[in-house]
Every structure is written in C-alpha cells, then in structure tokens.
Design a protein around this ligand. Structure first.
Ligand code: CP
Length: 333
C-alpha cells in the first residue's frame, strides 16, 4: 500500500504556472489542465454533461458564439467532437488549422502571430499542439479562453473529463474503484490527465501497466488519499472495475514497440473475459491493435459509448469556457 502523491502539482509546475497566470487574467476561463478546473469545476462539468445527456436543456446556449479550432496534430474525436458540440449548442466553429497550416500555403507565419491576429475573431479557441512549449506560448497571447485539446505529451484534460464522465455514468460514483491503466503511460497525455483527475477522486487501487521504460515517471509521496498502487510490466486485469487502455503508439526508432511487447499488453477477448462482471473497459481511441476487435462485443466494452458521450462533455466544456450555461450554473463565476 502506497500513499499517492498530488501527482503533478509539483512536477508539472512549469505548465501550471502559465496555466494559473493565464487563468487569472480577467474574464478568461481557459481550460488548460485538470488542476485549472479543480474538483468543483469537474463536478459542475460532469453534472452539466449529464443534463445534456438527458436532453432536458435548451440546446442553443451558445447561439451567436464562434469557436476557433486550432488542432495542429491529427485528431478525429476531439476536432470533430468540439465542432459538433458547438453546432449542437447553436454556435459556429471555424477550422483554422485547415486554412492556415496546410501544405501549399505561401508565406509561413508563426503560431504566435497567428493567434495574436485572429484570437479576437472568436469567443474561444480549441488548441492542440505537439509541443508543450509552443502550446504555452500560444495560450499566453490569446485574448480569448483556450481549451486544451492535447498539449505535447503533458496533458489532455478534456479527454480526462470524458473518461471520468463514463466512469461515473457506469458506476454512479468516482471514488473507491479499482482502476487499471495500460499502455505507454509515461508518454500518454491522456493517462497523465486521467491520473490528475483521479487524484480528486482517489481510487481504491491504481494499477499502472506499461512496457519497460514507458512507466509513469512523475509521482512521489504526498498528501492526497491513500490508494493501493502497483506498477506492472504486463497486463493483469483480474479484480479491476475499470481498465483504461491508453494505447501504444506505433512509434519510430527507439520509440518503436516490437510485436512481442505489444502482444503482452494487448486486450484480447480471453484476457477481457477475466475482468469481473460489471467492469468497464475505456479507451481514448484511436486503437491500433491494443484492443482486439472481438472484445467490442463483450459487455465490458465501453469505449465507443464513451466516445459518443464525449459530445455531452464537450458541450459542457464549451459552456464552461465561455461562461454561458442554460442552467446558469457557470454564470457570474
Ligand atoms: N481521444 C482523442 O484525443 O482522439 P483524437 O486524437 O481522435 O482527437
């Protein structure tokens, strides 16, 4: 039994300093990290997401608002999901990356100058960037709230909100569960942000399963809750309530994971059948070969429902960032 630390509050202080100072700017409601949202903010967003799921709300709360999508790495769910969520709430979205950063553009302009030039065209920006440093610089010059849609390998807080929404939906609670995370944990921004979110809702067990050299690197003893933590070099699913399949990117050169390693961490049907009845398998997707296709038919397979429910969470996130809500929950905060 090991006491979990407040994982990232010390180790990711560079990011958080920027996040916090930007978040303190008047009227900007950036969503940059799980910490910048906080436990109360997370619960508000989850509650509002559930309202959207139940469809009891006016769906035009962002009528007249315009969202800019600066998604500068490949993305399907996040890019299309925020676009669709904006449309569902009566607003408009413009895919900036498509017009600005495609091959064949003539003059190249820095990301910073681009954001300086156009951020005021929008009410909010969704930003994904492969470089955490460039991401931070971009946030620093934005005149409108920025939603982190993936920052280097550091964080992906909106995905974590979707993850915990699915967990809460399935179990009716977040705390006290036995949660396993499998994959390239050390380099997975989804895993990092999920672990940050779980810090607010301590699990009974946290089982981190990663290939050698890909383990989670940042935790140290600290103050939040007491959770049984184990680190394994293989996939062991027995006893888990939630298995989060974070993924194993194909990678190149030294980052490449050979087939025997991939096989050791793959969720096959026979492995999935060892999960307890009522367990839940989640994944941010996309999958390469981390989950066999025939797992999809099992009752534990929750990853496509999770993706679908992501729309409700993104609706709630957009309202939160723009300070608008049909339920008045966020107004005046
Ligand atoms: N989960 C996720 O971030 O998916 P995309 O890369 O398709 O946006």
């Amino acid at each position: 039994m090991v006491c979990l630390s407040r994982f990232f509050l010390s180790t990711r202080s560079d990011f958080l300093e920027v996040a916090v100072s930007a978040a303190e700017a008047p009227s900007l409601r950036h969503i940059l990290s799980i910490e910048s949202i906080g436990r109360a903010g997370i619960l508000d967003i989850l509650g509002r997401s559930e309202e959207f799921r139940l469809r009891q709300e006016d769906q035009s709360t962002l009528l007249g608002k315009v969202l800019g999508l600066l998604v500068l790495q490949p993305s399907t769910r996040t890019r299309v999901g925020f676009h669709a969520a904006m449309a569902r709430l009566g607003g408009a979205a413009i895919d900036v990356a498509r017009t600005k950063f495609q091959n064949g553009m003539t003059a190249s302009e820095s990301l910073i100058d681009t954001i300086r030039s156009i951020s005021t065209y929008f009410d909010c920006l969704v930003l994904r960037h492969g470089s955490a440093e460039d991401f931070r610089s971009a946030v620093g010059v934005s005149k409108v709230p920025v939603i982190n849609a993936g920052c280097g390998n550091e964080s992906h807080p909106t995905q974590a909100l979707i993850d915990i929404f699915s967990i809460q939906r399935h179990f009716g609670r977040l705390e006290g569960l036995r949660i396993g995370i499998v994959g390239d944990i050390g380099y997975s921004r989804c895993s990092r942000s999920l672990i940050q979110a779980l810090a607010y809702f301590p699990p009974r067990e946290l089982r981190l399963m990663a290939p050698s050299g890909r383990e989670h690197l940042d935790e140290s003893p600290g103050e939040w809750g007491c959770t049984e933590i184990s680190r394994l070099n293989e996939l062991v699913v027995e006893g888990l309530d939630v298995l989060y399949v974070a993924g194993l990117p194909e990678g190149l050169g030294e980052a490449r994971l050979d087939e025997p390693v991939r096989e050791r961490f793959r969720l096959t049907k026979s492995r999935a059948e060892k999960l307890p009845v009522g367990a839940l398998v989640l994944s941010p997707l996309p999958r390469i070969d981390e989950i066999d296709d025939d797992v999809d038919e099992l009752a534990v397979a929750g990853y496509f429902s999770q993706s679908q429910e992501g729309l409700f969470v993104r609706c709630a996130i957009l309202e939160h960032a723009m300070g608008v809500s049909g339920s008045d929950r966020f107004r005046g905060k």
